[in-house]
Every structure is written in structure tokens, then in C-alpha cells.
Write a protein that binds this ligand. Structure first.
Ligand SMILES: [Zn+2]
Length: 283
């Protein structure tokens, strides 16, 4: 992307907190600024490291509400002196002073309110050739879809302790889901412990496990502030992910869970569904 030849002018790095989003944004920004693609040696790189890079604009959520407002993108009135930073539109109006490009980085792009996001869209649609935009977000789903679609979307994965994160890895094959699992960790852990305990459970434990699964689903519904059906469906989705990992020799079980997931979505009674599933898993 740093090479002159690419047409990429906007990138969105997304992933869970701790997956190096700001670092990735910073590296790309420096590569776009430096005439040598981020050599670390030239006047541009030295200015960047010293925090004196005039062709870089780094925008974070601001103020008590922690949002990125329209004033970060364009001035509502000709003179808005309360904001020390010039807005993005003015920043991009002139060519870079010393760097190869002008780069604007938006940290936590999901914190942009809709006025700001819509104003940014205009810049993303018709950027000057020297303008580059980098966005980061730990909540991909909350970034305006029209903004996402105008950026190259790059998923960042956390290089975290594999053992501590086993549940997240199994339950959440995508970064968006991982965010959800981390946010409602206690409820998901309840389900996780129950599933893991089933590996040692005797054949006759299906009904007890089914009962516990319903309790875990209720806890999840409460934590996520969602309805019983949505929570039951989410539990079945997690169970099918877990079955693929813990019972790899029995792929039909995960398929069964997917099938039962469909019943639940169609409003089937969860009791018999969980009974049936556990009877098959323990068989
Ligand atoms: Zn350099």
C-alpha cells in the first residue's frame, strides 16, 4: 500500500482492543509520509518520531462524550476558535509541506457521530491525490457501512496468550464476534465451563446439561440485553463451534447443532432442542 503505484487512499484497520490497531495505523501513516516508505532516517521520519510532522493529522474521540464530531472534518461556522486543530477539509486543501502525502488518522472511527462520518464520506469519495486516510476501530460493526465500503478493510488479530483466549478463539471465529464474547465474558464463560464439563459427563447427564444450557442462555440474554430466542440461537452457534473443536471426529454433531439453530430461529421450544442435542453429544 505504501508503494506509489497502488490506488489505495483509505484503509480501515479493525480488530479487538490489543490487536495493534494504532501501531498498524502509525506504521502505514509513516510509510505514506516518508519519501522512502518509512525509512526511519530521513527528515520526514525524524519529524514524525519527534511529533512534529505537519503533514499528519491524528484524530481521536474527544471531550466528555468521547466522540469524533463534525468539527473534526469541517467547520460549521467560518470561525470556530474553540477547536485548536484545523478540520480535515482544510488540512487536505493544501499539498503536503514536507512529506510525500498528507495523512489523516482516525482512531476509534466507530466513535464518529453520523454528521462527521457523512462529511468524511465526501473526502473519501473524491480525495486529492496526495490525501491518505487511515481509520482504526475495535467495533467494526459500528463503523458506518458507507465509510467501511470506501476503505480497504484489514482485520488485525491479537497476538495474545493462546491458552487464556481459548474460549474466544473457539466461540468467535471473526473479530466482530470476539468483541461480543469479550464484552459478555462472564456469560460466555458460564457456557464454556458447561461445555468443557460435558467431556467428562456420563451418558445419563443429557437432561442435566440441557437444563444448565438453558440457564447459561438466560444469563447470556440478560448480559446482552436480548430476547430468549436470540440468546438460544447464539448458544447453539457457540456449541456448534465448540463441537467442531472438541469433537472433530464427529462432524455430524456440529451439523446437528446448525440444524437445531435453525429450529430455534424459527421459534422452536428450546427445552426439547437442548435435550436432543445433549443426548446425541453424549451418545
Ligand atoms: Zn523516512
Amino acid at each position: 500500500m505504501i508503494k506509489e503505484a497502488t490506488n489505495v487512499h483509505a484503509v480501515l484497520f479493525y480488530g479487538t482492543a490489543g490487536s495493534g490497531l494504532e501501531e498498524a495505523a502509525s506504521n502505514l501513516a509513516r510509510g505514506w509520509l516518508c519519501p522512502n516508505g518509512g525509512c526511519g532516517d530521513c527528515a520526514v521520519c525524524r519529524a514524525y518520531e519527534g511529533g512534529r510532522m505537519v503533514d499528519l493529522m491524528w484524530i481521536k474521540p474527544w471531550g466528555p462524550s468521547g466522540i469524533i464530531k463534525l468539527s473534526a472534518i469541517k467547520r460549521r461556522t467560518p470561525r470556530e476558535d474553540d477547536d485548536p486543530e484545523p478540520p480535515l477539509r482544510e488540512f487536505f486543501r493544501t499539498r503536503p509541506l514536507m512529506a510525500r502525502n498528507k495523512v489523516a488518522v482516525f482512531e476509534s472511527a466507530h466513535r464518529m457521530n453520523s454528521d462527521a462520518a457523512n462529511a468524511l464520506l465526501k473526502t473519501l469519495e473524491e480525495p486529492p491525490e496526495y490525501a491518505k486516510v487511515v481509520l482504526t476501530s475495535s467495533e467494526f460493526a459500528r463503523v458506518l457501512p458507507t465509510v467501511r465500503s470506501r476503505c480497504l478493510n484489514i482485520a488485525c488479530e491479537a497476538a495474545s496468550d493462546p491458552k487464556a483466549d481459548e474460549m474466544t478463539r473457539v466461540f468467535a471465529p471473526s473479530p466482530g464476534l470476539a468483541e461480543q464474547v469479550v464484552r459478555h465474558q462472564t456469560a460466555y464463560e458460564r457456557l464454556w465451563k458447561l461445555l468443557e464439563s460435558s467431556l467428562e459427563a456420563p451418558h445419563g447427564a443429557a437432561i442435566a446439561l440441557s437444563e444448565k444450557t438453558r440457564e447459561a442462555s438466560e444469563a447470556l440474554a440478560k448480559s446482552m440485553d436480548t430476547g430468549a430466542r436470540a440468546a438460544n440461537a447464539e448458544v447453539l452457534r457457540c456449541i456448534s463451534e465448540w463441537l467442531m473443536v472438541r469433537h472433530p471426529g464427529k462432524p455430524h454433531l456440529a451439523q446437528e447443532a446448525v440444524e437445531l439453530h435453525r429450529f430455534i430461529v424459527q421459534n422452536a421450544n428450546p427445552g426439547p432442542v437442548f435435550d436432543l442435542l445433549w443426548a446425541k453429544v453424549l451418545a
